[in-house]
Design a protein. Sequence first.
Length: 102
Amino acid sequence: MLKMKPNCEHCDLDLPNDSSDAMICSYECTFCADCVSDVLENVCPNCGGGFKKRPTRPTKEWRDGVSASHQPPSDERFLKPVDLEAHLKFASKIKNISPRNR
C-alpha cells in the first residue's frame, strides 16, 4: 500500500490525497508536478527512474474496511531539497532515455 506522502520532497508543497499535482517514482519518492518537469526533468534524484501521477486513495468505503479513513495517507512530511547542481549533472546522463529503459 502506498504511503501517500503529504508534501513535495523538494519544495514542500502540500500534496493531499486528492492532489492532481502529486507525482511518484517506483520507490514512492514524491514530488509536485512542477518540480518533476521544471527542476528534475522527469529524473528521480534518488533512483534515476521516471515519475507517474500518484493515484488518489478512495475517500468512500466502496469495500468494507478499505478507504482513506481506514488506511489514511501519511502525515509524516519528508523534505530533502535537491542539490540542483549535482542533479543537473546526474540527470543530463539519463534524461533522454525513456524511464522504461533506464
